[in-house]
Write a protein that binds this ligand. Sequence first.
Ligand SMILES: [Zn+2]
Length: 183
Amino acid sequence: MLYFNQMAGFGELKFLCDEQLGKLARWMRILGLDVYFKNKFPDDELIEFAKKQSRIVLTRDHNLIEKLFHAQIPYILIEENYPADQLRFVVERFKEQIKIRVFSRCVDCNVLLEEIAKEKVRGLVPPFVFQTQNHFRRCPSCGKIFWSATHKKQVDIQLRDVLGELYDQLREDVWETTQIQEK
Ligand SMILES: [Zn+2]
């Protein structure tokens, strides 16, 4: 059973994965989705947090679902066992409301990456990467630098494998369309 409270009013959807869904949370962030995740999140705190931030809770925990229902927090029960299946289920469920922007968000911090001019990453990335890449992004929280390279291509292949044509339907390539002013 799914329960939603005025889903259409949420704008950009925000999610919260329970502590059994860490891998799913990471994959959702790779897609660019806003997903809060924390280990050892007591139910009452999780509910309070989800309510305050208008987050949709993704969970495998039937006890938690009962509490979410009473607290009128929107939730999705994840019954699939494997992260790839869980991801496909979530994307299928929310396909009308989400866009896939691969590597637009830090997978560790869940904050949006900022574009950074190539000149500013000199010395911060391996020389080969600096020589061969032109587009870079940085996490404003942890400072990690991302670039579009082999890693993204592998992720593209994996995601197409998992999501099939949904991937092509929902995908917006933030890397190829990005224009960075370089000095
Ligand atoms: Zn980060």
